[in-house]
Design a protein around this ligand. Structure first.
Ligand SMILES: NC(=O)C1=CN([C@@H]2O[C@H](COP(=O)(O)OP(=O)(O)OC[C@H]3O[C@@H](n4cnc5c(N)ncnc54)[C@H](O)[C@@H]3O)[C@@H](O)[C@H]2O)[C@H](O)CC1
Ligand SMILES: [K+]
Length: 513
């Protein structure tokens, strides 16, 4: 397979709705973008309020008694617009303002005055007592949270999180830091979030994906002007965005599609390497060899005749045979593990070849850090990422993108940081996978992912392209199963049947066009 520019194709076909912007870029450019469209910032706030109001009416048509909680800034201003529109439509709406109205400034003050003129109803300052409504609009904090949430916003967030009614957040769940995803100390748990102007990173990865609920983007009619002015930080993508893989030549033979060597599975852990090895075959790798402890070989031989098999005695010759190395699934951290790890890394250092390090291979790498190459993919989950950076898991989760960038730069490799909204970066270009679901948080899913990516690298995709393609296919496979059978009870091996369909489906779809 010729080297294929998955990354370039994703970037060339990116829609604005897939680009992710730093909050500072949104705040800096939305005014110029609005003015380029003949709009004032206040008119943009009106559009924001209308978008939120219409979203709520469509999503929750039966909810006729709302509480709108407005903060001090323009996120609160959006809330005043929503409250006014709801009042004008005859809904029962109460406003809880965290800022005495006379202290409001700018567009937010204007939105408040328009609300008061339309409703004649003064807002309440204190937390509602014995409130019995149906829906809460979170207009407390938006994309401009600075530092840990202070009072009275903190108490308001905690009060809302204790209610049972539906919660709709404007722009971001209040308290969620737009770019890092930090929630210090707490953020709103929303049922849905209407993201304004452009996507920010936090709701798309890590805890933010849970806090935001269902995300809807409202670009407020300024998307084209905004895209010309602002610089995105990352791109959101999924399986449907993947470019076609080149069809295979008619006279291909198994040697054309890579010699993948999978090293791992210390004594008692045969399953990990089997999952990776099968995923690699299902992803189109030509020859796949498993090197593990001798006692596992009969298990592998009885499970899949297609594999070549070896032990640590064969490792030296197998390293010379291979074109791509997958190191780590089930490897363990024993002396046996360390010996194989060192032998593999020393070989790769002398003979640079595509390499994927996963699982305990990452823990062993963390114990003896060394720079690798951009033809290497590291696939840590947050705990392994913390080991690789020598920090805590909490620090990883407080800024997932920066953590992935730090790993990519420290080890000079592609970093795929697993978790909700997997992040893939080479340290300069950053992608967030939109696919995936909590049903993937089960044993073996990581082994399958590493097998898919290594299988694609064996077929000639670059490390970055294989990580992007493999991550999206892995997530889509699990999402299809979840759509059919629900999220609980998905087994890692269940993905195998989906893999050829998804990889070849891309080929079939595009070749038919
Ligand atoms: N017309 C427009 O500009 C539009 C803005 N949109 C909405 O506005 C927000 C961004 O508004 P901004 O005033 O910049 O910030 P916020 O409303 O998010 O909050 C700032 C506000 O909150 C206080 N604050 C900041 N940090 C903390 C903290 N850690 N604890 C407590 N309070 C905090 C701060 O003092 C300010 O008063 C954006 O999200 C949109 O919702 C729309 O895009 C429409 C056009
Ligand atoms: K909000």
């Amino acid at each position: 397979m010729t080297t294929y520019e998955v990354r370039a194709a994703l970037k060339n076909h990116a829609r604005l709705s897939q680009l992710i912007y730093p909050a500072q870029q949104v705040r800096a450019q939305e005014q110029a973008a609005a003015e380029a469209c003949g709009l004032s910032l206040y008119q943009l706030m009106e559009l924001a309020g209308q978008a939120v109001f219409e979203h709520i009416q469509v999503t929750y048509p039966d909810k006729r008694h709302w509480l709108v909680c407005c903060g001090k800034g323009n996120n609160g201003g959006d809330g005043w617009v929503v409250a006014r529109l709801a009042h004008q439509q005859g809904l029962r709406v109460e406003v809880w303002t965290l800022c005495p109205p006379e202290q409001l400034r700018g567009d937010a003050a204007q939105a408040y005055r328009n609300y008061l003129a339309a409703s004649g109803t003064a807002p309440q300052i204190a937390a509602p007592q014995h409130w019995r409504g149906e829906l809460i609009v979170d207009a407390i904090l938006g994309n401009n949270v600075q530092g840990p949430v202070r009072e009275p916003q903190l108490s308001a967030i905690n009060w809302i999180n204790q209610q049972t009614e539906k919660v709709v957040s404007i722009d971001l769940p209040s308290g969620l830091a737009a770019d890092s995803g930090a929630t210090v100390p707490v953020a709103i748990q929303a049922d849905s979030t209407i993201t304004l102007v452009a996507h920010k990173l936090a709701p798309l990865t890590g805890a933010g994906r849970q806090l935001a609920g269902q995300i809807t983007l409202a670009s407020l009619t300024i998307q084209d002007a905004f895209a010309r002015l602002a610089a995105p930080v990352a791109q959101h993508f999924n399986w449907r965005d993947l470019p076609i893989l080149p069809a295979r030549s008619r006279h291909a033979h198994k040697g054309n599609h890579g010699h993948l060597l999978c090293v791992g599975s210390h004594r008692g852990m045969p399953g990990a390497l089997a999952l990776s090895g099968e995923a690699a075959l299902r992803s189109g790798a030509g020859l796949v060899k498993l090197d593990s402890v001798a006692e596992h070989l009969p298990i592998y031989a009885s499970r899949r005749a297609e594999w070549l098999l070896g032990t640590e005695q064969d490792l030296s010759q197998d390293l010379s045979w291979m074109s791509t190395l997958l190191l780590g699934p089930g490897l363990g951290q024993s002396d046996w593990s360390s010996k194989l790890f060192e032998q593999c890394l020393q070989f790769i250092t002398r003979n640079p070849l595509p390499l994927l390090i996963d699982a305990d291979g990452l823990n062993l790498l963390a114990d003896s850090p060394q720079t690798l190459s951009h033809d290497c993919v590291l696939t840590p989950h947050p705990k392994e990422a913390a080991r690789l950076l020598g920090c805590s898991v909490a620090q990883i989760e407080r800024d997932r993108l920066q953590a992935a960038i730090n790993i990519a730069r420290k080890y000079q490799a592609i970093c795929l940081l697993k978790g909700a909204g997997t992040i893939i970066t080479d340290g300069d270009q950053h992608f967030v996978c939109a696919g995936g679901n909590p049903g993937m948080a089960v044993a073996g899913m990581g082994d399958v992912l590493s097998g898919i990516i290594a299988g694609l690298m064996a077929q000639g995709l670059t490390a970055f392209d294989a990580a992007l393609f493999g991550c999206a296919v892995h997530a889509e496979a699990a999402d299809r199963i979840a759509r059919n059978r629900g999220e609980r009870g998905i087994l890692a091996a269940d993905l195998f049947d989906q893999l050829p369909v998804l990889i070849n489906h891309a080929v079939t779809t595009h070749t038919s066009q």
